[in-house]
Design a protein around this ligand. Sequence first.
Ligand SMILES: NC(=O)c1ccc[n+]([C@@H]2O[C@H](COP(=O)([O-])OP(=O)(O)OC[C@H]3O[C@@H](n4cnc5c(N)ncnc54)[C@H](OP(=O)(O)O)[C@@H]3O)[C@@H](O)[C@H]2O)c1
Length: 285
Amino acid sequence: MDTRRIGDVDVSAIGLGAMPMSIEGRPDEARSLATIHAALDAGITLIDTADAYHLHADDVGHNETLIAKALASHDRGRDVLVATKGGHLRPGDGSWTLDGSPRHLKDACEASLRRLGVEAIGLYQFHRPDPRVPYAESVGAIRDLLDEGKIRMAGISNADPAQIGLANEILGGRLVAVQNQFSPAFRSSEPELRLCDELGIAFLPWSPLGGISRAGELGSAHAAFATIAEARGVSPQRVCLAWMLAKSPVVVPIPGASRPETIRDSAAAVDLVLTTDELAELDAA
Ligand SMILES: NC(=O)c1ccc[n+]([C@@H]2O[C@H](COP(=O)([O-])OP(=O)(O)OC[C@H]3O[C@@H](n4cnc5c(N)ncnc54)[C@H](OP(=O)(O)O)[C@@H]3O)[C@@H](O)[C@H]2O)c1
């Protein structure tokens, strides 16, 4: 598997987005463990999660616990960079709420450390700006966690260019990753992608295939992806991920999966090299 860099760590160029295994429509544990193991078998060494990837009020951290179990039962589990997040909450009624206060972020990080069973979290990302808390205060908590050695690397998510600049300043130039929504259907994070490219910061597109319920429609919604996929004898999803990888060496897509076959198919995108003409066509699609 080709690798890309997040901070000082080489990771597989395609990561696994683990959210579908813990929220609405999640599969049973056996299928989830098989999915994570299939990702590792395919050479994936980056898994994206969050404490808020759970369903009921009393199963906070469901996804982190699942990942810890899967990694402990695979011989390549130790090679994986687990990227988790804090700052979102799910009260159990289907909604997603926010708490970006330093107190919450520090408590959330401690809980994630326990669930993941590690002394330091590989990559900790501030999940989403909380309008009730000054951004500098939230990111200041992430800086403190870094300085205390609770987290090895710091990232942010759902940030605009000004927030990326501010976060990197507060972190003293130690911002290593930005995770924003980016897919054929949602391209408005191009400015953040370009800024990360200039700064040498990893850019992790979330919902790269259009999201859990729309990923299957990729080919029909964007005909150019289906046409190229057919010509190449691969899935439109694989074409989509290859198109993203070609945008910049800082791009590390994290497609979600809840089945072994989908993550295997996505992982194979690293071997699909699209031509300049194909890329131009997809850019314009
Ligand atoms: N930072 C944030 O605010 C934020 C927000 C949303 C998501 N995320 C992260 O981004 C990750 C990815 O986003 P997402 O899961 O919402 O959406 P996504 O990656 O766009 O789509 C996931 C869905 O695509 C299907 N799929 C994956 N690979 C496929 C393939 N090769 N062929 C056909 N179908 C395929 C999967 O199906 P199966 O389920 O059948 O395997 C899955 O349900 C999440 O898991 C999470 O880690 C972050």
